[in-house]
Write a protein that binds this ligand. Structure first.
Ligand SMILES: [Zn+2]
Length: 642
C-alpha cells in the first residue's frame, strides 16, 4: 500500500486489493488445487478485449507528460497555504480544496504510470514514467506534511466552529475529525522529528527477513519417489508440500523445515527486533499496547481482535472435524502436519477461460440485484481488465480504483483454472465496490478501508462457490467445489487467526519484558499449532521440527494485519448466509456498506448500515455454521457412495 503524509485527505489506496495474500507475499498458493508455480503465458496472441484501455486515463504519453508538468507546478504552490488554516473557515476550506483537487489529479497520474509499468516492467519508458510519478507523490507528501500538525494546533474547538460555519468544509469533516483524534498520540515538533529519524532503522528486521527468505539461505534439494530432483526454496516447498505420495510430502517437510531450523536463533533475533521496534513505537506515541496502536488507525475496538481469537478457539472442534474428514478422504489414519496440503478430491472441472469466467461470475452474483449487476455488466463489457499473463507483466492480481474520475482497472494473470475464476470474482468484487462508493461519495470519502474491502471481495468467492456447488454436474465435481470452499475456510478463518494469536502472544510477551529467542518463539508457535490442530484430542500430530514454521511467515513483519483475512471471511459469511436465504433487506444493507466508502470508520459503517457488530460472538458464528454445513454436504455425498 502506498500512503502519503497527508492523513487528512484520505487518498484512495493505491492498490485496490489491499490485502496481501500469503501467495503474494511469496508463499502459500493455497488450497486443494495443485497449481504450477508460474503461470504459463497464453500461446495465442491476446485479444484486445482482454487488455485494458489506458487511454481513458490519458490519451497519449504526451498528454501524461503535460499533466505531470501541470500537477508538479500546482504541488509547488501548496506550501503557500501554510499558516493560513487558522485564519478563517474560508481560508481553511480554500487550502483543503486546493490540496484535495491536486491529490485527485496526482492519483490519476500515478495510476496511469503504475498500470502501464505493470503491463511490462521491462519497458524503459514505463520505468521512467513510474519513477517520475513516485517522485511527485513524494514531493506532494512533503509539500503537505505541515497540514496535520497545523490542524492540531488550530484545535478542536475552532475546527468545529469552522465546520459549523462553512459548508465548503463539509467534504473534509471526516478527515478533520480524524486528524483531531490523533492529538493524544502526536508528539511535539522535536519528538515527531526524532520518530521520523528512527523510521529507517526500525524497518530493518523486515529487510533482514526478506534477504534470508529470498536469497541467503542455501536451499536443500530432494529426490522424490518418482526420481525427480527438486529444489526446496520457498516456491519449491509450496509446490511439492501437497505431494500425493505421503512419503514424498513427509520428506519435503523434513527437508525444508530442517533448513529453517538451522536459522532458528538468527531468525528469532530478527523477529524479536521487529517486535521490540513495534513496542517502542507504541510506547513513544503513548499507546497502551502494540495492538491498541494498530487498531487505532481505523478506530477499531481492540475487542474485535480478542473476540475473533475467542470465537475461533471455541470453534476448534469444527476445525478438528474437518481434519478428521480430510484423513478419511485421504485414507490416512494417523494424521500428521504434512497431511494438510494434498488435495482431498480431484475432479475434471473443464477450463475456465475468460468468457466462461465472465458468465459464471455474473450468474453467481445474481443475488446482489440489479444495481450491482449493472455496474458489473458495464465493467465486463468495457476494457477495464488486463486479463492474461505476458512477459514482464506484474504477477498476481489486483484492482486499482484510485483514479476517481475514471473507472477501476483490474489486473489478472488468468490461467483458465478454477483458482483463476475465483480470483476473477474476487477482484471484480473490489471493482464494483469502488464503483458503488464513487456513486455515493465525493473523492474525499470514496476510499474505503481494508477491513471492509476484503468483505466485498470474499463474499464473491462464497457466492461463486455456492453457485458452482449447485450447478456441478457430477458427484466428483460437487465434492471438488465443496472441498475447495472448506479448504479456503481453513486457510482464512483458522490459519490466519492462529497467526493473529501468535502475534498477540509475542507482542504481549515483549510488553511484559520477556525475552523472545528463537527457541521461545518455536515453543509459543508449537503450542498454538498443537492446540489448533487438536494434538491433545488425537486429531493430528505436530512434529517438533515443524514448529519453526513461524520463521518463514512473512506476515509477522506486517504488524497485526493477517487477522483481517479472518474478520473479512466472517463478515462475508454473516451477510451471505442471510441474503442467500432471501433476506433482501440484508442485501441492501450490504450494498449500503459498500456505498459508504470511507465516509466513516469501518466499525461504525458496519454497525450503522447493517447492524453487524464485529465485537460480538454473533459476527463469527455464520462462518462456523457454513463450515459445518459444507461438511454435512460432503459427508452425505460420501455416505451415498458407501
Ligand atoms: Zn482482495
Amino acid at each position: 500500500m502506498f500512503k502519503v503524509g497527508m492523513s487528512g485527505l484520505a487518498l484512495m489506496a493505491m492498490s485496490g486489493c489491499a490485502m496481501m495474500s500469503e501467495a503474494q507475499l511469496g508463499q502459500e498458493p493455497n488450497l486443494t488445487v495443485e497449481l504450477p508455480v508460474t503461470a504459463p503465458a497464453t500461446p495465442e496472441p491476446i485479444s484486445e478485449a482482454y487488455v485494458w484501455d489506458l487511454t481513458e486515463l490519458y490519451a497519449s504519453p504526451e498528454a501524461w507528460d503535460a499533466a505531470y508538468d501541470d500537477i508538479k507546478a500546482r504541488t509547488a504552490t501548496l506550501s503557500d497555504y501554510k499558516g493560513t488554516l487558522g485564519q478563517s473557515a474560508e481560508a481553511m476550506a480554500k487550502a483543503f480544496r486546493a490540496t484535495s483537487d491536486t491529490a485527485k489529479d496526482m492519483v490519476r497520474l500515478y495510476t496511469y504510470a503504475s498500470l502501464s509499468h505493470d503491463e511490462d516492467q521491462r519497458a524503459p519508458e514505463s520505468q521512467e514514467r513510474f519513477g517520475k510519478a513516485q517522485g511527485l507523490f513524494q514531493t506532494f507528501g512533503e509539500a503537505t506534511s505541515w497540514m496535520d500538525p497545523e490542524v492540531l494546533s488550530v484545535g478542536k474547538e475552532t475546527v468545529e466552529a469552522y465546520l459549523a460555519e462553512e459548508p465548503a468544509l463539509e467534504p473534509f469533516r471526516f478527515t478533520l475529525e480524524n486528524t483531531l483524534r490523533q492529538a493524544p498520540h502526536t508528539l511535539d515538533e522535536k519528538g515527531e522529528a526524532l520518530l521520523a529519524l528512527s523510521g529507517q532503522a526500525l524497518s530493518q528486521p523486515g529487510q533482514i527477513y526478506s534477504l534470508y527468505a529470498n536469497a541467503s539461505i542455501p536451499w536443500p534439494s530432494l529426490t522424490l519417489s518418482d526420481g525427480m530432483e527438486v529444489k526446496l526454496n520457498q516456491s519449491g516447498y509450496s509446490r511439492y508440500r501437497g505431494a500425493e505420495n505421503r512419503e514424498d510430502r513427509k520428506a519435503v517437510f523434513d527437508t525444508f523445515w530442517s533448513a529453517w531450523k538451522t536459522y532458528e536463533n538468527g531468525m528469532g533475533a530478527t523477529l524479536n527486533a521487529q517486535v521490540l521496534s513495534a513496542v517502542f513505537q507504541a510506547k513513544a506515541r503513548d499507546f497502551d499496547s502494540v495492538l491498541e496502536r494498530n487498531m487505532f488507525d481505523d478506530a477499531l475496538p481492540d475487542e474485535i481482535y480478542t473476540q475473533l481469537v475467542t470465537q475461533v478457539n471455541e470453534a476448534l472442534p469444527v476445525f478438528h472435524r474437518y481434519l478428521k474428514l480430510r484423513g478419511r478422504m485421504l485414507g490416512v489414519e494417523n494424521l500428521r502436519y504434512y497431511d494438510i496440503y494434498p488435495p482431498i478430491i480431484k475432479a475434471d472441472t473443464g477450463t475456465f477461460d475468460m468468457e466462461r469466467s465472465k458468465e459464471l461470475t455474473f450468474a453467481a452474483l445474481e443475488p446482489f440485484g440489479e444495481e450491482y449487476l449493472g455496474l458489473l455488466r458495464q465493467g465486463l463489457s468495457e476494457r477495464w481488465m488486463h486479463a492474461y499473463p505476458q512477459e514482464g507483466k506484474e504477477t498476481g492480481a489486483y484492482m486499482s480504483g484510485s483514479a476517481y474520475d475514471v473507472h477501476p482497472y483490474v489486473l489478472l494473470n488468468h490461467n483458465d483454472d478454477y483458482d483463476s475464476l475465483s480470483t476473477f470474482a474476487h477482484e471484480w468484487g473490489h471493482a464494483v465496490h469502488t464503483q458503488l462508493a464513487k456513486s455515493a461519495q465525493p473523492f474525499e470519502t470514496a476510499g474505503y478501508s481494508t477491513f471492509i474491502a476484503e468483505m466485498a471481495s470474499t463474499i464473491n468467492e462464497i457466492l461463486l462457490e455456492e453457485y458452482m456447488i449447485a450447478h456441478a454436474e457430477t458427484k466428483e465435481e460437487k465434492l471438488y467445489y465443496l472441498g475447495y470452499a472448506l479448504e479456503s475456510l481453513r486457510g482464512t478463518f483458522y490459519r490466519q487467526t492462529m497467526f493473529g494469536e501468535f502475534e498477540l502472544a509475542i507482542h504481549e510477551a515483549a510488553e511484559r519484558g520477556e525475552p523472545l529467542t528463537g527457541a521461545k518463539l518455536t515453543q509459543i508457535y508449537g503450542d498454538l499449532l498443537r492446540k489448533y490442530h487438536g494434538e491433545a484430542e488425537g486429531v493430528m500430530k505436530i512434529d517438533d521440527m515443524y514448529a519453526v514454521e513461524w520463521a518463514y511467515i512473512p506476515h509477522f513483519y506486517y504488524e497485526f494485519y493477517v487477522y483481517q483475512y479472518a474478520t473479512s471471511v466472517s463478515g462475508a459469511a454473516w451477510f451471505s448466509e442471510q441474503f442467500l436465504a432471501g433476506d433482501e433487506g440484508v442485501r441492501d444493507n450490504f450494498i449500503n456498506v459498500l456505498k459508504a466508502g470511507g465516509s466513516d470508520y469501518p466499525h461504525n459503517i458496519l454497525m450503522n448500515e447493517a447492524g453487524l457488530d464485529m465485537t460480538k460472538p454473533d459476527a463469527y458464528q455464520a462462518v462456523v455454521r457454513r463450515m459445518n454445513n459444507i461438511m454435512d454436504r460432503i459427508e452425505a455425498l460420501l455416505d451415498e457412495e458407501e
